[in-house]
Design a protein around this ligand. Sequence first.
Ligand SMILES: C[S@@+](CC[C@H](N)C(=O)[O-])C[C@H]1O[C@@H](n2cnc3c(N)ncnc32)[C@H](O)[C@@H]1O
Length: 258
Amino acid sequence: MPELLMKIARKMPAGIKDRLQPLKHPMDGWLIRRIHSISGNTVAQGPFKGLKYFGYHEVAFLLGTYEKEVFPAIERILEGEYTDIVSIGAASGFYVAGLARRYPKARLYAFETSELHQGYIRENVEANVPGSSLQVYGECRPTDLANVIPQQARTLVVSDVEGAELDLLDPSLAPQLKNSTLLVETHDPLRPGCTQGMLDWFGETHLIERIHSQERTLADFPYPALTRPAFMMANSALRAMSEFRAGPQEWLLMTPKG
Ligand SMILES: C[S@@+](CC[C@H](N)C(=O)[O-])C[C@H]1O[C@@H](n2cnc3c(N)ncnc32)[C@H](O)[C@@H]1O
């Protein structure tokens, strides 16, 4: 784009920029429509392959590339047996719905502040596991986990709450967490000390595996025919897989030692 147009574009309000985005990347819309049509709104690959999914920014989820670096940890999680599954920061319910398919009899709890997302959580779980025990709550507060998780449960907790993990996962507030398996995305850039806080809390009671975020490449894209010709489609495919991360990110898989 000529420099003058670039200058004008940079100064535009965000709402107008969003509307003009298709002009900047005209093939993106076509690719996204093809992905929806080919996938039939089901996840293409990974541990949640076959999951019916609708939600916000859903394309990366449908491609089965969303949080792909965590897949090996999820495969190991799926070898366990759980009576209770808690998703904190459940967003549109990708994890809780994916886990519900594997554990249809487990009690399911999803915490999500956004009402828009809460609707998707209900729809996604119901579409995949009709008649589940799902309970959807709003904002998770520090004492909520202690109240929600039954004492004798075998619990799996999946957490992605933008730094609030340092308020919510304290095992002195919810002792049930000492026996729970936890997959926690930490957010040190937003809340310094999150990762260390988890290591301090769970280092003695749990085996902890640290997983680091990775950039997606075209090799991750499940529909290679759609990325040709590469000179037109490669960047659209990479944008479709984008998770809009500001920088490197980390997850902790924490499995009770006992
Ligand atoms: C980055 S998103 C999680 C994405 C999720 N990993 C997925 O698979 O879709 C973080 C979500 O946490 C929610 N959130 C943040 N703090 C929360 C809290 N204390 N209780 C419940 N939800 C919270 C936000 O509304 C947001 O939807």
